[in-house]
Design a binder for this molecule. Structure first.
Ligand code: SF4
Length: 390
C-alpha cells in the first residue's frame, strides 16, 4: 500500500469552470521567482483558501475495490484508502472514487522559448505557453523545482485556468505550442490530457516535458495529442533510480519506445550529477541502449548539475565530465548531442552529422544563425532530423 498523506480539507467535488484572467491592475507583480510559482502579468491568483476543491475531476485511470482505490496512471500503482492520497499528492480517494485535485489550477503560467524545454529540433524560435500544477510522481534529491513539485496543489499560489482557458490564452499570446512542464505533468495527467485535446483541435502543438513515469495505456491515449516530448532519462541504473528519484528505470525506457512508435518528436535529457550519474561505463551503456533501439537520430542533452535541494553538498558537474559524456555518446553513434547549463559552450550548437558544419548556432535559448533549409544541411544537403517548419 502506497499512501502519502491524509487530506487536510473537506472535499466537495466541483467541476465548475472558473476563469479569472481579469483585473490586470489588481494583480500587479504577484509573480514569484522562476523556481516557484510564476505567472505572466495579467493573471489573477485564485482564492484557494476559501474554495480549495473547485479544481477537481475524476481520474481517468483507476479502479476501486469497495472504497479502496487502485490508481492506474503511473507505475507506482498507488492503493489509496478513503480520505488519502497517492504519492503524487494530487489525487484523493473520496469514498471509493478517485479525484484529481490538479485540474485547472496551474501554479505556473509563462511564455518560454521552446529551446528552454529543451527542445532543439522542434520548431526552433517558437513560443511555448508553459504551465505546471504542483505535485510530482518522483522524489528526486536534486529537484530544481521542489517548491512546486514536492507539495500538494493547494499549497501553492494558483490560477483558475481550465483547459479551454489555457488554449484561449495560448492563442491570445500567439504561442505556437502549450508545454506541460516545470513540475511533473504526469501528476496532472487528466488536466493535461483535456487541455492537449482541445489545443490539438485548434492547431496548437502540445509539448510534454516529463520524467516519463507513466503506464502504457494512459501514455498511448495522451500521445495522440502530443507533438513533441523531452523525457528525462535520469540514469541507466535501476538502483540509482530508486535512491535518487524514487522511481524505476524500465517504465522510462518503455515510454521512450512508445513515444517513438506514436510518432511523437522525441528529445532526451540526462542530468550528470557528480557521484550519482557520472559513471562513464553507465553512460556508455545508456548510449548503447539508445542506439540499439533506434534513438540515434533523437537529440540527447547532457545537463550540468547545480547543487540544489537535498544535494547542496555536491559540486557542479565539471565541464570536462560533460564533454567526456558527449564524446561517449557521439562515439556510440548518437548524432545530435548537446551540453546544457554551460552558457556559451560550443555543444549548445547543432552540427551536421555528415559535414560537421554548424547548422544551428545558439546562445542560451536563442538562435543566432540557421543553416537548415527544408530540413537539410545548407552546406552538404544531409537531412537534419527534426521538425523545422510548421
Ligand atoms: S499518478 Fe499519482 S496516485 Fe496515481 S499511481 Fe502515480 S503517484 Fe500514485
Amino acid at each position: 500500500m502506497k499512501i502519502s498523506k491524509k487530506i487536510e480539507h473537506d472535499f466537495v467535488p466541483n467541476d465548475n469552470v472558473i476563469y479569472s484572467r481579469r483585473n490586470v491592475l489588481k494583480f500587479g507583480l504577484t509573480g514569484v521567482c522562476a523556481l516557484g510559482t510564476s505567472f505572466l502579468p495579467g493573471f489573477v491568483l485564485a482564492d484557494s483558501k476559501t474554495k480549495p476543491w473547485k479544481w477537481s475531476k475524476e481520474v481517468a485511470f483507476y479502479h476501486s475495490e469497495g472504497n479502496i482505490v487502485h490508481c492506474e496512471t503511473c507505475p507506482h500503482g498507488c492503493v489509496v484508502e478513503p480520505g488519502e492520497r497517492g504519492i503524487c499528492r494530487s489525487k484523493v480517494n473520496l469514498d471509493g472514487k478517485y479525484y484529481s485535485v490538479a485540474y485547472g489550477n496551474p501554479c505556473t503560467a509563462n511564455i518560454d522559448p521552446i529551446e528552454k524545454k529543451p527542445l532543439y529540433h522542434y520548431l526552433p524560435s517558437t513560443r511555448a505557453f508553459s504551465i505546471a500544477v504542483a505535485g510530482c510522481t518522483f522524489r528526486c534529491l536534486n529537484c530544481q523545482n521542489w517548491t512546486i513539485s514536492q507539495v500538494p496543489p493547494e499549497e501553492t499560489k494558483n490560477l483558475d485556468m481550465f483547459p479551454d482557458v489555457v488554449v484561449r490564452n495560448c492563442l491570445d499570446y500567439k504561442c505556437e505550442s502549450i508545454a506541460y512542464t516545470y513540475s511533473e505533468p504526469m501528476s496532472f495527467y487528466d488536466y493535461m490530457y483535456d487541455t492537449a485535446k482541445i489545443a490539438h483541435s485548434k492547431g496548437i502543438k502540445n509539448l510534454l516535458i516529463s520524467n516519463g513515469y507513466i503506464n502504457e495505456k494512459p501514455l498511448r491515449r495522451l500521445a495522440k495529442y502530443i507533438n513533441a516530448a523531452n523525457i528525462n532519462l535520469k540514469s541507466y541504473n535501476n538502483e540509482i533510480y530508486k535512491k535518487l528519484n524514487g522511481g524505476t528505470l524500465a517504465p522510462i525506457l518503455n515510454t521512450l519506445k512508445v513515444l517513438k512508435e506514436e510518432n511523437v518528436w522525441l528529445e532526451i535529457t540526462n542530468l550528470v550529477i557528480p557521484s550519482w550519474t557520472d559513471d562513464f561505463n553507465m553512460i556508455k551503456e545508456m548510449c548503447k541502449w539508445l542506439v540499439a533501439n533506434n534513438f540515434d537520430n533523437n537529440p540527447l542533452h547532457y545537463l550540468r548539475f547545480m547543487p540544489l535541494y537535498k544535494l547542496t553538498h555536491l559540486p557542479m558537474t565539471p565541464v570536462s565530465t560533460l564533454e567526456k559524456a558527449r564524446n561517449i555518446a557521439l562515439d556510440a553513434g548518437m548524432k545530435y548531442v548537446y551540453i546544457g547549463n554551460v552558457p556559451g559552450h560550443e555543444a549548445e550548437n547543432t552540427f551536421c552529422p555528415k559535414c560537421k558544419k554548424k547548422v544551428l548556432e545558439r546562445r542560451g535559448f536563442y538562435i543566432l544563425q540557421n543553416n537548415i533549409y527544408k530540413g537539410k544541411c545548407k552546406f552538404c544537403g544531409e537531412k537534419i532530423n527534426g521538425v523545422w517548419e510548421k
